[in-house]
Design a protein around this ligand. Sequence first.
Ligand SMILES: Nc1ncnc2c1ncn2[C@@H]1O[C@H](COP(=O)(O)OP(=O)(O)OP(=O)(O)O)[C@@H](O)[C@H]1O
Length: 246
Amino acid sequence: MKPNTNISPILKIVNLKKSFGTNHVLNGFNLELYKGENLVLMGKSGSGKSVMIKCLVGLMQPDEGLIEIMGKDISTLSQNDLNSLRTELGFLFQGSALYDSMTVRENLEFPLRKSTEKNFDTEELVLQALDNVGLIDAIDLMPDELSGGMKRRVALARAIILKPKIIIYDEPTTGLDPITAKEIIQLIRAIQHKQGTSSLIITHDVDCARVISERMILLIDGVNYIEGTFKELVSSKDEKVQAFFK
Ligand SMILES: Nc1ncnc2c1ncn2[C@@H]1O[C@H](COP(=O)(O)OP(=O)(O)OP(=O)(O)O)[C@@H](O)[C@H]1O
């Protein structure tokens, strides 16, 4: 399904460029994410996916290009405005990234403590988020008492706890066995459906892309080399594109 391009994208990247010396990582990368869609970004290792995310969240300064989140050009925002815009973004990082010395409950409370919005019931949000990932019973456990799949679920609960409008998933299924990976994919879909979030999913996992994507972008040679549905991309005759699906 093609997005309705009459509607403004919730996230927009235009002509993003970033080099490190002679290593030209991003050479004019473009991306548009529309409300409620699941957009998958695939790129080989070292193609610049993390650099793109760092530019997106303001952790790295691009050499050139425009990044708009919910219609706001992030380069023009004050630190305060950038921080409050960041609360509209949820992240699921590679490898879950839970705090080992904190219980599940404390891990989930962490983003709430940092939030500028204080008008919420912490206990209720924590329980709601854990319920969404089917892990209420694990609330007082420590991360090392959880399986890899449970950790990923807790990380997912933490990513959605403030009901962000956009969620960025960085390799959500890496390191999981195929069955657990499928469960995580189903959860991502269920959460997107329930909360109407827009998702940017960065993955190497072709199965994950096939199941979850409504649209895909391949990052090759620093640009959005090709865009389309999984079906369109998988039937491309272009060798660089085919290499992703072998
Ligand atoms: N701070 C930095 N200084 C110099 N080079 C960097 C820096 N950050 C990234 N790079 C380079 O940018 C390129 C892209 O790296 P990046 O981490 O974005 O790849 P990636 O697509 O996320 O890879 P992976 O899938 O393995 O995570 C690499 O060549 C890397 O060495």
